[in-house]
Each structure stands twice: as C-alpha cells, then as structure tokens.
Design a protein around this ligand. Structure first.
Ligand code: ZN
Length: 217
C-alpha cells in the first residue's frame, strides 16, 4: 500500500509500558488495544480554560482578553492545553486519513492502547477519517503537530469578532482603532495589538486562523 510514506514518524520515547505487545496479532482487534474510531475523540480532552496555560503566557492572555472584552469584542476559546495523548491521536488519525500513512507503521504512545490497523486498510482509513471529523481537523492543510505550543500550555485557540471599528488598548495603554477587515482573529491590526501583550498569532494566519502562542508557532 502506502508506497512512499514520508510522514514524520518520529516515535515518541516509549517508556516501560507493561503490556507486552505481540508482534503479530492473531487478528486485528484481538490484541490488548482498542480499534481506532470516533470513540477515541472524547478521551484526553483538550482544555479550554485559561487556567490550564503556563503561568507567564497565562498572565499575558488574561490581559489581552481583558482588553478585548473592554473593547466589546466577542471571544470564544476553543483550545488551550492539549494533552500529548490527544496530540498523538490527532496527528496519526490525520496521517492515516489524509496522507495515506500505513496503519501498520504507526508508533506506539504510552498510555494510549489504540490499534490503528483494522482488518483492511479501507476500514483503517474510514475509522481515521471519522476521528478527523470528530476532532474537527479536516480543514487543516498540515497534520496537527505531535508536540506543539498547545502541549506545552503556551498556545490558545480563540475565535474573535466585533462590529464596526474596534477600539482596543495596547499593552502600553495606548488605543488602537481598528477599522480594517476582516473583523476576526486574522486581522493584521489586531494581530499587532496581540503582539504587544506577548500573544503572538500563528505566523501564517491563513493556515491556522485562530491560533495564538508565545512565539507564533
Ligand atoms: Zn492552536
């Protein structure tokens, strides 16, 4: 099958992990793990609270959110801290569903007893696709990263919107009047204001419209 898989298959350091792994299972699904599929999506949930963030970034985010609130913008936080287990599941579900990675070649992750390989590759891909749907990562153009600012508590995804002109305070107390469009988190003038708080929008705004972090990664 996947003739030329070039996905980064950097295996996470596999700790001791008691469960012996039979090299060749007698049949997919008969092993110690549980087959991939949508049931995994609810596990290892992503936090959406600011309190889950690393302390320094958390303080910056709170100040930026306060300024947004005072300016009358709407904000919806969709992700802060992402457990490494979830990052693993999202990454490889995407690789199998969208990049034709071989389900048999996915590295193990301690604490996640998932079986990526179903009896057929079609079933494996179908299950991975359902997981991508559940994670809401279908529209991404690159796989979600295994390790990221989210797994470090140094990133926040937030949907921002406003009407008319947004008058918002910069970190130094001066006010920016943002009349430009779009009136969302990809607005370059808003991105400049966020930067004054140390909340840096993803450096390629079109690729991840809602992502802010300590350094734009
Ligand atoms: Zn993000």
């Amino acid at each position: 099958m996947a003739a030329d898989t070039t996905s980064d298959s950097t295996a996470p350091v596999s700790g001791g992990g008691g469960g012996g792994n039979a090299g060749s299972g007698e049949g997919a699904g008969a092993g110690p793990g549980e087959l991939s599929g949508p049931a995994w999506v609810a596990r290892f949930p992503t936090r959406t609270d600011v309190a889950a963030l690393e302390a320094g970034f958390q303080a910056n985010v709170r100040r930026f959110l306060e300024a947004l609130g005072e300016a009358g913008a709407t904000t919806e936080i969709t992700a802060t801290l992402r457990p490494v287990e979830r990052a693993y599941l999202m990454h490889f579900a995407y690789c199998i569903a969208k990049q034709h990675s071989s389900p048999q070649g996915i590295p193990a992750q301690p604490g996640v007893d998932i079986v990526w390989a179903h009896p057929t590759d079609d079933e494996s891909r179908q299950a991975a696709r359902q997981m991508c749907d559940g994670y809401g990562i279908d529209a991404l153009q690159v796989p979600p990263a295994l390790g990221s600012r989210h797994t470090q508590g140094r990133a926040i995804d937030m949907i921002i919107g406003w009407d008319g002109t947004l008058s918002i305070k910069r970190a130094d107390g001066t006010t920016a009047a943002i009349a430009s469009t779009p009136r969302d988190s990809t607005n370059p003038d808003l991105i400049a204001v966020g930067k004054t708080y140390g909340v840096i929008h993803f450096l390629h705004p079109a690729q991840d419209r809602v992502h802010w972090s300590t350094d734009g990664h």
